[in-house]
Structure formats: structure tokens, C-alpha cells
Ligand binder design. Structure first.
Ligand SMILES: [Ca+2]
Length: 81
């Protein structure tokens, strides 16, 4: 199962895609370059099989979004800098 989330990951004012894949355990970010055109994926989290939930929010309250992933009662937090 995969999930798609939409958020402006790099703060350029253009929405990007974050995809999670529960089989591979990877969470990947696709930067939107222009309308309907996305970059090659960047793996931001790997090795978390069963990932079922990804939240994109400014958890550290620094104005930059962070990515939280949860799988099998384990979580990983990628804090942007
Ligand atoms: Ca963006």
C-alpha cells in the first residue's frame, strides 16, 4: 500500500509530492518543477517496511516542514534544516 501527501517540502511556494511505500519501507519526495512536472524522487526515509502513515508538518516550529512516518508502532522523524 502506498500513500500520497501533498505539501511544499522545499518552501518555494509550489506544492510537492511525498509518497510512502509500505512494501519497500521507503518515503520519497518528488519536487514539482512546474505544473504537472516533477523531479526524480529523492528518498528521504528508507527501511521502514509497513509504513502506513506519513504526516508532513512543521513539527519543530522553525518554519520548515518535517516528515513523520509511522510503521508497526515505530516512528521516524525527519527534521528539515
Ligand atoms: Ca515546493
Amino acid at each position: 500500500m502506498s500513500a500520497v501527501h501533498i505539501a511544499d517540502i522545499d518552501g518555494d511556494g509550489v506544492l510537492d509530492l511525498v509518497l510512502s511505500n509500505s512494501l519497500t519501507g521507503d518515503v520519497q519526495w518528488y519536487r514539482q518543477n512546474k505544473p504537472d512536472s516533477f523531479s526524480s524522487p529523492t528518498t528521504v526515509l528508507a527501511g521502514l517496511p509497513g509504513v502506513v502513515l506519513v504526516k508532513v508538518a512543521d513539527i519543530s516550529a522553525d518554519g520548515i516542514v518535517d516528515i513523520l512516518s509511522i510503521a508497526n508502532s515505530r516512528f521516524r522523524l525527519l527534521v528539515s534544516s
